[in-house]
Design a protein. Structure first.
Lengths: 298, 383
């Protein structure tokens, strides 16, 4: 029984990291209908930024996690830059397919650019301890502080984000643009600014997710974002893409599936099961768990 | 009249191909034993052959059917492992001991066809659920399938990452099975060329058939196509399986040429020349909807890859440029972005190179150029 609870906790922790990344995917997809393959690599960018800023933060007497602020700033810059340099010109001239291929190219570009930078290189880097070690034990089940903080921060961010999109002016503008760009323009919303804001928020979340990930697995490498991003995207699709609570639900489901497969079946088959779940859900309910099926207009 | 023209086209192409093929055989006969031909040209040709088949087969799905598939290398992995394992099994059954003779050639072709068939079968299984989805969802689901295929191959006891090593005396297919050393590669280069030509012919015939017209209609407007009585899901799944068949054959050639297999070389995220993204780059570069474009792009990308790694001129460049060239994927990514930004249709667009229409096409292109020039001149004199 203790194995079960331990696995459950690991799954929740993993799931809340996936959910944070999935939020970025889902927001961008909701607004411009593009799978931002480079989103996973924003995590990598955030990770490396923190690798370099954590020693600075420690020298200034600040706790290690404050380095996430630098990570957020850099990630936001990279995200906004990607949108401005690559996605916006292609969106103006190309089709959905060319936009998707551009996204894949951006992902490759970021990964390999990182490798080509001498200070980063192809070898993994190890980060220092981010949160305090130790944990709370209840019976034979241990909850590490890292786990508790990860789950708490994720939950808080999700609530804030949800309230932001529901209540504030900017959030409402985002939802308008994702529903109908032309109508939003007529209502006096600057569509391009709103898209930029979405990219900024999504990339910032990726930096926070990088912090959570590094707190648990203190290793950063240039391709860390690809599989992580892929699974997060799977979560977003699973929950119903474009829907914020859906992304959270999908992330937690994927985290649980992964941790239970790892501890009860086989660790090397975990990815297979994650994608299998995606395929089953997509075949049965193509709009995702929380999505609504919308008929195609002729 | 129309029918005669098509027949003439096939005849013309057959004659030219036979001439080129004989010429190549003679060249091989003369230079076959020489160092650089044996060690550089022939291995490069092998690699080109499977890249061409791979790119052209993805073009069926990406260019003609208009669906982005990101798991194409999964099918290639199936083909490679099928051919390798089958040849190992044949060798262990002592059907052949040396890599020569009619029996071996028969087994070789059997392996190649079996690889294609198994891939097509898996393509069918994948296509039925996957092709209910469109666009982005299809891309992600094929990516998922590609990863599952590689993951399953990894976990199969008889063909895992070191399974081939456990199954046979040596890890390398050079000694056992159908892997070719550099001498055999020269001797069997005709197999690679023949298979490539056959595959390309089959794909061309597919595009020109009723099926090809149907899938082009689906690409242009799926709703209109289904309203005109085209069974869209049947044609989609059929094309997917057909494309997987050729990807499997490309995999079999890969197994012949590389002689060592590891699943990591087929994974979605590896830095090498062989991953599903790289294939997409080739198709986009050549032009989505042009088989000849894919052939040209495959050769170009191969040459770029080869030159970046081995070209003599690279050493003459400054150190910073060489530093970039150490990461060929970075170069591909930039190529892809630039092509998409400035020439989204690729080199060929939807144009097909054809010997019969060559004169007409060249004339038309020259006329268009001169017309453009005249227009520009006119604009200048007015301005």
């Amino acid at each position: 029984m203790s194995t079960f609870f331990q696995t459950l906790i690991v799954g929740l922790r993993l799931g809340s990291i996936y959910a944070l990344i999935a939020l970025g995917y889902t927001m961008v997809y909701g607004i411009i209908r593009l799978i931002n393959f480079a989103h996973g690599d924003f995590i990598m960018v955030g990770g490396y930024t923190m690798i370099f800023t954590i020693p600075l933060a420690l020298r200034m007497g600040l706790p290690a996690w404050t380095a996430v602020l630098a990570g957020v700033v850099v990630c936001v810059l990279v995200g906004v830059g990607t949108e401005l340099i690559a996605y916006r010109p292609v969106r103006k001239t190309g089709t959905a397919m060319t936009a998707l291929i551009t996204a894949i190219a951006m992902s490759l570009f970021l990964e390999n650019l990182a490798q080509a930078i001498p200070a980063i290189g192809p070898n993994p880097k190890v980060s220092s301890q981010i949160f305090a070690s130790g944990g709370i034990s209840i019976g034979s089940v241990t909850m590490e502080y890292t786990t508790i903080i990860t789950i708490l921060i994720s939950a808080v961010i999700m609530v804030i984000l949800y309230e932001f999109t529901q209540k504030t002016r900017l959030g409402r503008a985002m939802r308008c643009v994702s529903e109908d760009k032309a109508a939003a323009t007529l209502m006096g919303i600057n569509v391009n600014h709103t898209i930029l804001l979405t990219f900024a928020v999504g990339s910032g979340l990726a930096a926070v997710a990088a912090l959570m990930y590094m707190a648990q697995y203190p290793k950063v490498y240039t391709t860390m974002g690809s599989l992580l991003g892929l699974k997060a995207f799977v979560s977003a699709v699973l929950g119903g893409i474009g829907i914020i609570p859906g992304a959270v639900l999908g992330g937690i489901v994927i985290g649980l599936v992964e941790s239970f497969t790892t501890s009860y079946i086989s660790s090397s088959m975990a990815d297979t099961f994650v994608f299998l779940i995606l395929i089953i859900v997509l075949v049965l309910k193509p709009a995702g768990i929380m999505g609504k099926n919308v008929g195609e207009k002729v | 009249m129309k029918k005669n023209k098509t027949g003439f086209g096939y005849l013309l192409n057959t004659i030219v191909i036979i001439l080129l093929f004989t010429a190549f055989q003679i060249i091989t006969g003369i230079f076959g034993s020489q160092g650089s031909f044996k060690l550089v040209v022939v291995p490069c040709l092998w690699q080109c052959c499977y890249l061409i088949i791979l790119a052209a087969s993805l073009n069926l799905v990406l260019g003609f059917l208009g669906q982005l598939s990101l798991g194409h290398c999964g099918f290639m992995a199936i083909g490679a492992y099928t051919a390798a394992l089958l040849s190992l099994a044949c060798e262990r059954a002592e059907l052949f001991t040396k890599k020569e003779g009619a029996v071996f050639i028969l087994i070789l072709f059997g392996c190649i066809i079996a690889a294609g068939l198994l891939s097509a079968l898996v393509g069918l299984l994948v296509g039925v659920p996957a092709l209910r989805l469109k666009g982005d969802y299809l891309a992600i689901i094929t990516l998922g399938f590609g990863m599952i295929i590689v993951n399953i191959i990894n976990n199969l006891p008889f063909c895992g990452q070191d399974g081939l090593a456990q199954g046979s005396a040596a890890a390398s297919l050079y000694k056992n099975g159908l892997g070719f050393g550099s001498k055999d590669k020269v001797a069997y280069i005709w197999v690679a060329l023949l298979v490539t030509i056959l595959c390309l012919t089959l794909m061309f015939m597919f595009i020109r058939s009723k099926y090809g017209r149907a899938i082009k209609a689906i690409r242009d407007d799926e709703i209109a196509a289904s309203a005109s009585g085209i069974n869209t899901s049947y044609y989609k799944v059929f094309t997917f399986a057909y494309s997987a068949f050729f990807a499997g054959i490309a995999g079999a050639l890969y197994a012949c040429a590389n002689a060592t297999l590891s699943t990591s070389s087929f994974a979605f995220t590896n830095g090498g020349i062989l991953n599903s993204t790289f294939v997409v780059v080739m198709v986009v570069l050549g032009g989505m909807g042009s088989i000849t474009g894919s052939v040209v792009a495959a050769v170009i990308m191969f040459l770029v890859n080869y030159q970046i790694k081995n070209g003599a001129w690279v050493t003459a460049l400054s150190a910073s440029v060489q530093g970039v060239f150490e990461y060929p994927m970075l170069v591909y990514a930039i190529v892809l972005i630039v092509v998409i930004l400035f020439r989204p249709k690729g080199i060929f667009g939807t144009y097909e190179f054809s010997l019969m229409n060559l004169r007409r096409d060249v004339k038309a292109s020259l006329a268009r150029k001169s017309a453009e020039r005249a227009e520009r001149k006119g604009a200048k004199s007015h301005g």
